[in-house]
Design a protein around this ligand. Structure first.
Ligand code: MG
Length: 387
């Protein structure tokens, strides 16, 4: 028994007012159609799929395959028709002979879950049809021909979606006859009902989320909401070089004739890193968190302060994606200390060393770093919100 899907992507998307077929529009970084095809492909429930496209959209489809594919599930392309009914008819015509069960799905529903698809397949195998539905939350009014209004019992109403899955022979015959008899229909279940009686309604986890992207506002609000929660932060610090001080950079003590001056151990690189972390969290800077005026931070080990900042990062449900630190110093030469610095920072951030980079540069004797009045550091971090 071979099971196929017909994915209908030939709509004009006029209601969405996007200037082109909405299934080719971006939704949170991927096309609507790409999302839909991925959902069907990763469900791993089909032997193949036919996609129904308007000829003018074929180049856009190829582009999606290149950028978001490959989609080996799609084994043939059918031409879109005048109406949705014509498009589905063409899709059904394109199926190989041996297909027994066919799931018909609108590409404008990209959030379809595997459970939803499977529920319709199981029902279609047993009863000849399986149409996904949800209870109705709004009270529905019916306008009657005489101008009066009726209120059907909401508990008895269901909103139907796609996939609508059928015995292939029956739905193909229904579509053929509907075409001959010019019977209009807003969905495939209507045609099946007309010729074979009631369809089986099913529901499954994910049905509530299986909504259709229809209007421009569906794209605007949700595209914003679905931006991945990555946060980038930037930090900068500089300290003066002074006699009689230790030089500590990235938690590593470096032999030198002078060290950095400051309230804490003046580890300028870790200070820049902490500012980057706080910046990514949108929580100000280390001056606010560890005031100079507070005696408890006098001579403090900046690596310990980093732990306090990391607690805040974790409390906000984030972890470090990567960190990149640049130390600007004319002297001493830091190259030999880099591996140990990287190790210390990785430890401090609780990540693998491959996510940390520490580098150093001189300014060719220009400016305060070049004149060896001080050392500065810059840091950039990426925080990723835990799923
Ligand atoms: Mg500082």
């Amino acid at each position: 028994m071979s099971t196929w899907a017909v994915i209908v992507a030939a709509g004009r998307g006029e209601r969405a007012g996007m200037g082109r077929n909405k299934v080719f529009c971006d939704f949170g970084g991927r096309s609507v159609l790409g999302r839909c095809l991925s959902a069907f492909q990763s469900a791993n429930l089909f032997d193949g799929a036919a996609i129904v496209l308007s000829p003018q959209d074929e180049p856009l489809y190829r582009e999606i395959c290149e950028k978001e594919g490959p989609f080996p599930l799609v084994r043939c392309i059918a031409r879109g028709g005048e109406t949705r009914r014509d498009s589905v008819f063409n899709g059904l015509q394109a199926l190989p002979e041996d297909v027994e069960i066919v799931a018909i799905h609108d590409a404008a529903r990209p959030f379809v879950s595997r459970e939803v698809i499977e529920a319709t397949l199981i029902s279609a195998r047993e009863y000849g049809s399986g149409v996904i539905c949800t209870p109705v939350v709004d009270t529905i009014k019916q306008l009657l021909p005489d101008g009066s209004v009726a209120t059907p019992d909401r508990a008895a109403l269901r909103a139907v979606q796609t996939p609508q899955t059928f015995d292939r022979a029956k739905i193909a015959a229904a579509h053929r006859r509907a075409r001959e008899e010019n019977l209009a229909a807003t969905d495939d279940a209507m045609l099946f009902e007309h010729y074979y009686g009631a369809v089986r309604l099913v529901t499954a986890p994910g049905a509530e989320e299986n909504r259709k992207l229809t209007n421009r506002s569906d794209f605007e609000s949700d595209a914003a909401a679905s931006i991945p929660d990555f946060r980038v932060g930037q930090g900068y610090d500089a300290h003066r070089l002074a006699e009689g001080r230790r030089l500590v950079l990235c938690g590593v003590e470096i032999p030198h004739d002078r060290g950095l001056d400051g309230h804490s151990d003046a580890d300028v690189a870790v200070h820049a890193l902490m500012d980057a972390l706080l910046g990514a969290l949108g929580e100000g800077d280390i001056g606010r968190l560890f005031p100079d005026s507070d005696p408890q931070y006098k001579g403090a080990d900046s690596m310990k302060l980093l732990q306090i900042v990391m607690e805040r990062v974790r409390a906000r449900g984030c972890r470090v994606g990567n960190a990149d630190i640049t130390i600007v110093a004319q002297r001493p030469k830091l190259a030999g200390f880099m591996p140990r610095m990287r190790e210390r920072i990785a430890e401090g951030l609780g990540v693998d060393e491959t996510r940390v980079n520490v580098k150093a540069t001189t300014t060719e004797r220009m400016g305060f770093e070049g004149e060896e009045t001080g050392i500065s550091a810059q840091a950039v971090v990426l925080l990723v919100k835990n799923a």
